[in-house]
Design a protein around this ligand. Sequence first.
Ligand SMILES: [Zn+2]
Ligand SMILES: [Zn+2]
Length: 359
Amino acid sequence: MSSAVRTLSPDDETEEEKQLMKKWNSTSFFSKLAWRNIILLTLLHPAALYGLYLGVVSVKWSTIIYSSLIGYWSGFGITAGAHRLWTHRTYKAKLPLRIFLALANTIAFQTPLYVWARDHRVHHAFSETDADPHNANRGFFFSHMGWLMLKKHPYVTTRGRKIDLSDLKADPVVMLQYMLYIPVVVPVSFFLPPLLVSYWSGDPYWNCFFVSLTRYVIILHSTWLVNSAAHLYGNKPYDRYIGPVENKWVAFFAVGEGWHNYHHVFPQDYKTSELGGYKLNITTMFIDAMAWLGQAYDLKTVPDHVITGRAERTGDGSHKPQESHYQNNNTVISKSKSNIDTSTAKSMSNIDTSTAKSL
Ligand SMILES: [Zn+2]
Ligand SMILES: [Zn+2]
């Protein structure tokens, strides 16, 4: 796996980065491998395949249905929680919903909310550069899961320090999950769901355990597809100059997160897409339901004319204006936010560096 095309200017390198890059370039590929993740991911996949086998030949339908429901819940912990709420602040959530999503996120076991949101903000700020944790210029496998098997490029850490994380630090739900994560995540993610499923369905615990591993691996790959396929295969109705694309298959598997060209242009939209429909965006349905229950509020979206104007200026010509029918009465988009685009990196790089220690 070769080093990525460097799209950040070497002229901008600090003295610290120059030293780190010298060391990085002289380090062998073998020494850059993250062995713990390699071993865990290698063991996980055959176990998940065994769970799939049990799902086909052995367990009851009710085990599959209950496991799927837990899968959707944990998926919302990533999409509605880590992504749309905590990374991008596309809506606000009351305490019960934040606790519900933090628990769901713990079941999903994809690093604590604080780390997930930090990495994703770095991804948006420095998309497809060496400072992007899953830089798609390094190929499908790297951006999909290979980035978890390698040590971070020095730029990911040094440039990532410039990202403001003060809102995450101010949220007690995020910080409590962060503090409790290590002792709590394995029981909550691996042992509790099969216990519940086994109790509800009557199937043996260990059969439910392996089916749960299958559910876990499906959610992992669905999330990873957003970083890989949704940066490589699809059209660019909103901005043809950036890498992210619209991909309905990713939207299907990642419950609404495949409209990635739109999302990188308008990251403040709680729908992460222009379309208002729920069919390929179940996460939006979930957030709307939470809004109806009074748990989610201040849902942000983007006015139609801003979307259409942007598509006309920078899109690849595949934008269909007739699909742009969704308007939310709760629109609270600000002028400055509507201007967020590929220049986000520049503005974010100016963000207070006081959070350096957190990375
Ligand atoms: Zn995002
Ligand atoms: Zn992306």
